[in-house]
Design a protein around this ligand. Structure first.
Ligand SMILES: Nc1ncnc2c1ncn2[C@@H]1O[C@H](COP(=O)(O)OP(=O)(O)OP(=O)(O)O)[C@@H](O)[C@H]1O
Length: 590
């Protein structure tokens, strides 16, 4: 509950900061509406009694009060609705931006790959409307409760027995809570199937996977699977809604019986001369309003409760980010000993087994280290651990003797440079696609042009050209995308940023033609030389043994374990898996 109040305070502050005057006006309107509802009921009672007693001033006062209250309730209702939409949508936008910042500010990747974590922040995005409306649903609920108290008080002036009507309201409240709980359980259970359903649709609607889907004639089957998942989620939700509706219908039936009882009580009071006709009208009006007020209160409570369900996800995300974002110290200016992995073990969050086992490896300062091994051996995983995208499940990685986890994540990343096999295809204008390699220089056209030129990337003649056919731009080929990615990584070099402590090249030439590949390796050699001058380590993952043999140290991985390591000559002399694979490739290229 404390977390709920803290989030309420945070969203209220955000709302007031968004538009103080609109927020105050809306609060006044919501609070004032209770008085308006009571005034309408009172005016009706006065009108009937004044008319029956021939008291003209009372009738006039009743008409003025009633007309004023009714007019206000109609005109202010529209203003209230629009103010609410205005404030909630703006606060929702800011809240979503904050969630987005939190999610993308986490320096590791676990939260983007682990289903239960994805479901948490996915829920946060989906519940952001209810969260943004928290101050209003809470105020609405408080005002509705106060309105109910006023109504019950007015009913008690006619007969205390009429207060029983409010007790029946509690049954309606309990049924509504039950319906909410049923719906919540159903929705929580549907989060994962719905995420899978969205993914299946994306497979058919995104060009890269869509071509394989079309070739495999899989669109219909994927569509059916997606429909089945949707159906499963919808059936779950419909079932919960029906069960909830049954509970609520039962409770409202009870309330209707109470309403009928109230009318009988008033009829008896009139017959006994203990109540006036005006009081009868007041009771009918108030009892009808009580139903409406109950509905309003339940709606507000249920919106507040909806936000309440997201509260735990909200604070979880904050704590997760704070824990992942240890302040850390700055990395050393230059490496003197290098990077050391000791007994490193790693398991992906979604996996049930380790993919790296007991890795002991020294990456010497100024050295070039090549990682080789069959597909799935763990090479890219090792690179991801060096970047700090994941933390080892066991063992340590030290940089010049200091644990990598002691270094500030942004500080460490700012001293890395790299190109990856699964490079990003950023469908933005060329200047941004390349410039984000050094965000501070994204507007620096000279630097971006230099990086494009150095990488031999296309579209250097028009840096504002938009990339991506889906956005009305030009669609680069895969090799062109890879060159753009290379240009992105070269932004550090052309902007004169500090030398990288570690250059990570994970199959950087897979999509390049032979000439481009040759040029790329020439650049790598320069980059490695520049890194070496600052004690930097270059790590190269490649299946091309002619390139690999140039490395100072070659590490062979098999099934997540290091099976051989040494120079090319050492490993050839060893006559193990490396020598065997090298000779095979050499024969194939001869
Ligand atoms: N995000 C992930 N979640 C779960 N398992 C993963 C993930 N990424 C990789 N793996 C698993 O980790 C193991 C090592 O994968 P990795 O990508 O490191 O291999 P690799 O040696 O780089 O292979 P390749 O030569 O094919 O690029 C594989 O068994 C793979 O299935």
């Amino acid at each position: 509950m404390r977390d709920w109040w803290r989030l309420l305070a945070e969203v209220t502050r955000l709302t007031v900061r968004t538009d103080r005057r609109a927020a105050v006006l809306l609060a006044v309107i919501i609070v004032g509406q209770t008085a308006v509802i009571a005034a309408i009921g009172v005016s009706q009672g006065m009108l009937v009694d004044g008319g029956a007693g021939g008291r003209t001033p009372v009738v006039i006062a009743a008409v003025v009060l009633g007309a004023f209250a009714y007019g206000i309730s109609l005109s202010v209702g529209r203003i209230r609705g629009n103010l609410l939409i205005f404030l909630v949508s703006r606060v929702r936008g800011q809240f979503n931006e904050r969630v987005q910042r939190d999610v993308s500010g986490i320096p590791t990747l676990t939260h983007l790959e682990h289903g239960p974590y994805i479901d948490r922040w996915d829920r946060l995005f989906r519940d952001s409307q209810a969260i943004a409306a928290m101050p209003w649903s809470t105020l609405d609920a408080v005002v509705a409760v106060a309105g109910l108290a006023v109504t019950v008080g007015l009913l008690a002036t006619v007969s205390p027995a009429l207060c029983l009507l409010a007790v029946l309201g509690l049954a309606v409240y309990a049924a509504s809570r039950r319906a909410d709980a049923l719906l919540r359980t159903a929705r929580d259970g549907a989060t994962e199937p719905l995420r899978r359903e969205r993914r299946l649709h994306e497979l058919c609607l995104t060009p890269e996977p869509a071509k394989e889907v079309l070739l495999g004639d899989g669109a219909a089957a994927l569509g059916r699977d997606a429909a089945a998942l949707w159906d499963q989620a919808a059936r779950r939700e419909t079932g919960a809604r029906l069960r909830g509706a049954a509970w609520q219908a039962l409770a409202w039936l009870l309330y209707a019986a109470g309403f009928a009882g109230a009318l009988l009580v008033v009829a008896r009071l009139i017959r006994e001369g203990r109540a006036t006709t005006g009081q009868a009208v007041l009771v009918v009006s108030l009892a009808t309003q009580l139903g409406g007020q109950l509905r309003q209160m339940l709606f507000s409570l249920s919106t507040a409760a909806e936000a309440g369900r997201a509260v735990s996800h909200h604070w979880w995300l904050r704590h997760y980010r704070a824990a992942a974002e240890r302040p850390g110290v700055a990395p050393p200016d230059r490496l003197t000993t290098g990077i050391e992995l000791r007994d490193v073990r790693f398991r992906y969050p979604s996996a049930d087994h380790d993919v790296l086992h007991g890795i002991n490896l020294h990456l010497p300062a100024g050295g070039t280290v090549a990682l080789v091994g069959e597909n799935g051996a763990g090479k890219s995983t090792l690179v991801k651990l060096l970047i700090g995208l994941y933390e080892p499940a066991g063992g340590t990685i030290t940089v010049d003797g200091r644990p990598l986890t002691d270094l500030s994540a942004p500080g460490w990343r700012s001293r890395l440079s790299g190109v990856f096999q699964d490079f990003a295809q950023l469908r933005l204008p060329v200047r941004e696609t390349v410039g984000v390699g050094q965000v501070a220089h994204v507007r620096d056209r000279t630097a971006v042009a230099a990086a494009v030129d150095l990488a031999g990337a296309p579209f250097g003649d028009d840096l504002e050209r938009r990339l991506g056919a889906a956005f009305g731009g030009v669609e680069p080929s895969l090799g062109q995308w890879q060159r753009l990615a290379l240009a992105r990584s070269l932004m550090r070099t052309v902007t004169g940023a500090r030398r990288p402590l570690c250059v990570l090249l994970d199959e950087p030439s897979a999509a390049l033609d032979p000439l481009a590949e040759h040029e790329l390796f020439r650049r790598f050699a320069e980059e490695a030389a520049s890194a070496r001058a600052g004690g930097g380590v270059t790590v190269l993952v490649s299946h091309r043994y002619t390139t690999v043999r140039m490395a100072d140290l070659i590490v062979v991985l098999h099934d997540g374990r290091i099976t051989e390591q040494g120079t090319h000559d050492d490993l050839m002399a060893n006559d193990g898996a490396y020598a065997h694979a090298y000779r095979l490739q050499e024969r194939a290229y001869r």
